[in-house]
Design a binder for this molecule. Structure first.
Ligand code: KG4
Ligand code: ZN
Length: 379
């Protein structure tokens, strides 16, 4: 038997939901190594936000292990759905729509969330929407800055373990990629350098531990001088962190290994790495603002999100960069709260909302898109 999915949310059902109360979405995020489930309403109320992290599963692999990530999503997702409903004090039947991360991301991981979402939706006879993960990151500020939301067009810089991306958002569905990276993401390079420098993690992740480690770094007498690390691709709208990573590695090797560096040199090296990595972000934001002005886009907001955006040094430097570029009319720098900058399902629910409300929903047979260019959102 061939079952046909739901083409559009029937107006009757939509109007009922609109008339009675806010539209309530249960969303699932499983694109990489965090299992997220959230319940969010169309009025922007976050009724629950469950995130189950997997970093302990992947710690020994030096990156996300795809097979282990799928297994962890399979293990964690049912409990996360139960918890999200229970915290929201709702039954599954109370939810109006189900959203999930359709892509981009790791195929197996996306599949776990997509199957769960579509099956739930079909069984409950609810509409389903598959969401672009990066669009969701980019639209988060419209939820978190509800009292003074960024106005289109705005720039958004996504800096995390999975992404290093600078976008121009001209509407909820139209984005232009201004800069991205062909190699490693900034977050992964923070992680690798943190490991190379043998910085203790404690309860912080490796990137935050590096920031902490070099907070008051000053080269002490008798310590080695650390070299100035390269700013990759000056003048070009693109990121690259692999060269920076190699430069740190090379310096450590030429000194005879990490065991030959005293603590003050390690701190100075961490600080120089952070300065070079953030310096690259500063330069690209400066270039993007200049390009936007030239192209006639009146950008008034720069939204910075992703795990690396919680770095205080980065915040300070970008504040100076955007302040300098403000030329008469101010440009606001917006940092959504860290808990909603890292991967979560609240952003997925929020990014699906305009589609649910417009009745533009997906069929139950919709497939994941592990590779999905944000410039081709509507294709
Ligand atoms: O957005 P996020 O939580 O999730 C993934 O992309 O998976 O980003 C995590 C990344 C990690 O690489 C982490 O080390 C980095 O963000 N990170 C930081 C800081 N806090 C988290 N990097 C630099 N400084 C920080 N304070
Ligand atoms: Zn993400």
């Amino acid at each position: 038997m061939h079952l046909v999915g739901r083409p559009r949310l029937p107006l009757r059902q939509l109007n009922r939901a609109r008339a009675s109360r806010a539209f309530t979405v249960l969303a699932i995020e499983s694109s990489a190594d965090d299992t997220g489930v959230a319940v969010v309403t169309s009025s922007g109320q976050i009724l629950s936000n469950v995130v189950i992290k997997q970093h302990t599963v992947h710690e020994g692999y030096g990156g996300i292990h795809p097979f282990e990530a799928v297994r962890a999503h399979q293990r964690n997702l049912p409990g996360a759905v139960r918890d999200a409903l229970s915290v929201a004090q709702l039954r599954a039947t109370d939810v109006d729509g189900i959203a999930f991360t359709r892509g981009p991301g790791m195929r197996g991981c996306l599949g776990v969330g997509a199957s769960a979402a579509k099956t739930l939706a079909a069984a409950l006879d609810k509409p389903v929407v598959g969401v672009h993960h990066m669009q969701a990151h980019a639209l988060t500020a419209l939820l978190t800055e509800a009292s003074a939301p960024p106005t289109f067009p705005f720039l958004t810089l996504l800096v995390s373990g999975g992404h290093t991306l600078l976008l121009l958002a001209t509407s909820r569905t139209e984005f232009r990629i201004l800069a991205t990276t062909p190699d490693e993401s900034i977050g992964r390079v923070f992680d690798k350098v943190s490991r190379m420098l043998e910085i203790p993690w404690t309860s912080l992740g490796p990137g935050a531990a590096l920031e902490d480690f070099c907070r008051d770094a000053a080269v002490q007498e008798g310590s080695m001088t650390v070299p100035n690390l390269p700013r990759s691709m000056p003048g070009v709208m693109g990121f690259s962190f692999a060269g920076l990573h190699s430069a740190v590695e090379r310096f450590i090797r030429t000194q005879g290994g990490i065991g030959c560096l005293d603590e003050s040199t390690r701190r100075a090296l961490a600080a120089e790495f952070q300065r070079a990595a953030v310096g690259q972000l500063e330069e690209k934001v400066r270039l993007a603002l200049k390009w936007s002005r030239g192209a006639g886009h009146d950008v008034r907001h720069v939204v910075v999100s992703g795990g690396v955006a919680s770095n205080a040094y980065l915040r300070e430097r970008l504040r100076l960069t955007v302040g300098d570029a403000s030329l008469g009319s101010p440009i606001a720098l917006v940092f959504p709260p860290p808990a909603l900058c890292t991967d979560n399902a609240v952003m997925i629910a929020w990014a699906s909302m305009h589609r649910f409300l417009a009745g533009d929903v997906d069929e139950y047979s919709i497939l994941v898109r592990p590779k999905w260019n944000i410039e081709e959102l509507s294709v």
